[in-house]
Design a protein around this ligand. Structure first.
Ligand code: ATP
Ligand code: MG
Length: 564
């Protein structure tokens, strides 16, 4: 099979995006913004920003191009150039989008950080990434950066969005940026120039810094078109925060390359507000995450009923497995199933998806996109072997070579090398493929439970528990056991109105046994108020395991959130 990059759909995306750029050049910001201006679409609304307090700001493609150019020029005036790392640590405000696009324009490398991180996760990332510039707010600067700044000698410039004057070692964003020229004359960006540094969520261990290049935009664009079905007339809402790879790739870059209007909501999750956004903003394509969907489910589908959601035609989810009940709940709330898709920070874009028009099998993450060659592999007597029979579990592997493939784990070449074997990229996730080519997520390789001769994927057990009306969240781990190696233990958050009683515990165990059989059903259930999650909303089973072993203190050092 030829390299994924040569697939006709990617080749077409590349040609479309490069329109206007000098031959051989490709820059994410130019492809996302300038191209539309150059081709006469500058007056379309690129971003509709919904402020926490009800204010609304529309930024047209033309405005965004000028703002990005000003930020690029500001970086240049500071002597910050190609390859230098610019970190962003702010909530979802217009200046963040300006920073991201201006940094890319200047061929500097953008590294987004989640604004709710505490000083320690910020320090480790800035240090590892050798950030020269940090764009943040005054409050975040005082609370989280000043205390650690002395430990960050590479950090030359802090630019504060809401600082009226330069002060206390920080530059005023608007003083610096607003006086810059609105056109940008830069050198040519090569497709292989580094563009983005994304830290993984840290669900299974310490976060890795995945390096991506400008040509990743080819995949951002092609997947937005093919896997999410974006058309230029769409209003798109991706609820992920730009502090994470989904929020940058699909919250900023991909929709812009398609010329759509993207909704940016500064506020945090609130069920009523979300339905109001979907209705009022006439959202047509909605991309969110299982945790958010389960929170909407908890709030009840009734909230959706009085709303006119007739514009909505596609709802997708990513980031964690989407339990079958959540898929079908989409029918009640939105009149359509929720379409799961799979990818990871390393792949830079969607790889496996329930694309528009495809029959959804609830619980399946869909099929590989046309340019993706996926396989299920296992380690056998002769090294890595591909499993070709259907419905057999193994590690999900991909043939490398697509444009948004990560090019390195920052400063960790050995960890990077370990991801590749026998011509495959190994994802670290376990999955199976059915006879019709649908892929089914089983669990992360690190989370799989080995018990008395069986291998159990936590997702299947969690999905079963979630299908019981008394359960709103569930996380399943293997608890070490002298006889069975491990026993299946579930942590369950009961739905409001259900008491955490022994009777409910017995009922859930009985329910799971009937559906899963006694070997797979949980032997123990603990009721909890919440399950531990990374800042990006992923269940941290390793933390539950550590707690079970009494290792909680030692293990939390790699926690995403860290101390605030
Ligand atoms: P780390 O690599 O640091 O442990 P992480 O893997 O959670 O963190 P991300 O790259 O943000 O970091 O997440 C990608 C992972 O999320 C995938 O490898 C997979 O385990 C999980 N995931 C993403 N989408 C899906 C999905 N649709 N179904 C099941 N799991 C998913
Ligand atoms: Mg990972």
């Amino acid at each position: 099979m030829p390299s994924p990059s040569e697939h006709p759909l990617l080749a077409a995306a590349r040609t479309e995006l490069a329109g206007g750029a000098a031959a051989g050049g490709l820059n994410i910001a130019e492809a996302a913004v300038d191209r539309h201006v150059n081709e006469g679409r500058g007056d379309r609304v690129a971003l509709r920003w919904l402020g926490k307090r009800g204010d609304v700001v529309d930024l047209r493609y033309r405005d965004l191009a000028a703002l990005a150019n000003q930020f690029g020029n500001a970086l240049r005036s500071l002597g910050v150039g190609a390859g230098d790392r610019v970190f962003a640590l702010t909530g979802r405000v217009p200046e963040l989008y300006q920073t991201v696009l201006g940094t890319l324009k200047n061929r500097s490398v953008l590294c987004p950080l989640f604004a709710a991180f505490g000083p320690e996760p910020i320090r480790t990332r800035l240090e590892k990434g050798q950030g020269r510039v940090l764009v943040t707010t005054d409050a975040l600067y005082r609370k989280k950066i000043l205390p650690i700044r002395a430990a960050l000698p590479a950090l030359e410039h802090v630019i504060s969005i809401d600082l009226p004057e330069d002060r206390d070692g920080a530059l005023s964003f608007h003083r610096l940026v607003d006086r810059q020229a609105t056109s940008f004359v830069g050198g040519q960006t090569k497709p292989d120039d580094p563009a983005l540094l994304h830290f993984t969520s840290g669900t299974t261990g310490s976060p890795k810094g995945a390096v991506h290049v400008h040509e990743a935009v080819v995949v951002h664009h092609a997947t937005a078109r093919y896997a999410l079905g974006l058309e230029p007339a769409d209003v798109f809402w991706c609820t992920a925060d730009p502090g994470w790879v989904t929020g940058t790739s699909y919250g900023i870059v991909a929709p812009l390359t398609c010329g759509v209007t993207s909704i940016v909501d500064e506020a945090e999750f609130e069920a009523e507000r979300w339905y109001e956004n979907l209705e009022k903003q006439r959202v047509s394509v909605f991309y969110t995450a299982p945790t958010a969907i389960r929170m909407l489910m908890r709030a009840g589908a009734d909230l959706a009923r009085g709303r006119d959601l007739s514009r909505l035609r596609f709802v997708a989810s990513v980031g964690e497995p989407l339990n079958p009940d959540a898929v079908t709940w989409g029918e009640q709330a939105f009149g359509m199933p929720i379409r799961d898709n799979w990818w990871q920070t390393e792949t830079g874009g969607i790889m496996i998806a329930n694309v528009p028009g495809m029959t959804v099998r609830p619980g399946s993450m869909g099929k590989p996109l046309p340019w993706v060659e996926a396989g299920i592999v296992r380690r056998g007597a002769h090294g890595l072997e591909e499993i070709r029979e259907p419905d057999v579990e193994g590690e999900l592997a991909l043939r490398p070579g697509w444009p948004s493939m990560f090019r390195a784990y920052l400063n960790e070449p050995a960890r990077y090398e370990k991801c590749f074997e026998a011509g495959w990229y190994l994802t670290g996730d376990l999955a199976k493929r059915d006879a019709d080519g649908y892929y089914w997520f089983v669990g992360r390789a690190d989370d799989v439970i080995k018990t008395a001769g069986h291998l159990i994927g936590p997702f299947e057990v969690e999905s079963t528990l979630l299908s019981h009306p008394a359960v709103v969240e569930a996380a399943v781990i293997g608890k070490p056991d002298p006889l069975a190696l491990n026993i299946v233990k579930a942590f369950v958050v009961p739905r409001p109105g259900y008491a955490a009683t022994d009777a409910l515990r017995d009922e859930l165990i009985g329910f799971a046994r009937k559906k899963l059989g006694p070997a797979v059903a949980p032997r123990e259930i603990a009721f909890v108020e919440s399950v531990p999650k990374t800042r990006s909303g992923k269940v941290m089973r390793r933390l539950l395991r550590a707690r079970e072993l009494g290792l909680e203190e030692g293990d939390t050092s790699t926690l995403e959130g860290g101390p605030e």
